[in-house]
Design a protein around this ligand. Structure first.
Ligand code: SME
Length: 170
């Protein structure tokens, strides 16, 4: 019995490790897709539109896009998903918090985040990653999911790489 339990644990760990490897491979492919589509010679808004389209193919995502820095607020940029709020002050929402702190914010349950701006009642969790050129805020990447706790350090790592690729275009 002990042997069966040990084997079960080993298999469980192997499956877990395999799933993780697959997720990393998947994000690596998305990153390569983004690298191949973005182009320094076309307007930023066109690049962001294509990146939003690629990010929207992530599993369990119901909104993917950008808010761009405009004086002391964020304005809606290219996105995929339902219509969204157009202006976010820097002291409001997950986007405003990530933009003013200039750091990635992961929210496992949007209803538990004070000040969260609900653009869609379908969104349950969210990740917002700042777009920085040096220390200058360009905007944020915002991804919503219809399931709780969708985003982890794996998505943070992936989206921060996407953010760096975009910053290099500016
Ligand atoms: N939930 C965001 C607002 C933007 S939508 O999710 C597209 C926030 O709290 O800042």
């Amino acid at each position: 019995m002990q042997q069966v339990a040990a084997q079960f644990r080993t298999n469980l760990f192997r499956n877990y490790a395999t799933s993780y490897r697959i997720i990393y491979i998947m994000y690596d492919l998305l990153l390569k897709q983004i690298e191949s589509i973005i182009d320094k010679d076309i307007p930023l808004v066109s690049n962001l539109a294509n990146v939003a389209s690629i990010l929207y193919t992530m599993d369990d995502v119901n909104w993917a896009g950008f808010y761009l820095s405009d004086k002391d607020r964020l304005i809606l940029g290219p996105f995929q998903g339902e219509v969204a709020c157009t202006i976010i002050p820097l002291d409001k929402g997950v986007c405003g918090a990530a933009a003013s702190k200039k750091e990635t914010i992961i929210v496992d349950d949007v209803n538990a985040f004070k000040g969260h701006i609900a653009c869609s009642s379908k969104s349950k969790s969210e990740i917002v990653v700042p777009l920085l050129k040096g220390n200058q805020l360009i905007g944020v990447i915002d991804i919503d999911s219809p399931i709780y706790s969708r985003f982890s350090s794996v998505e943070k790592e992936f989206l921060e790489k996407v953010s760096s690729l975009i910053a290099a275009l500016i």
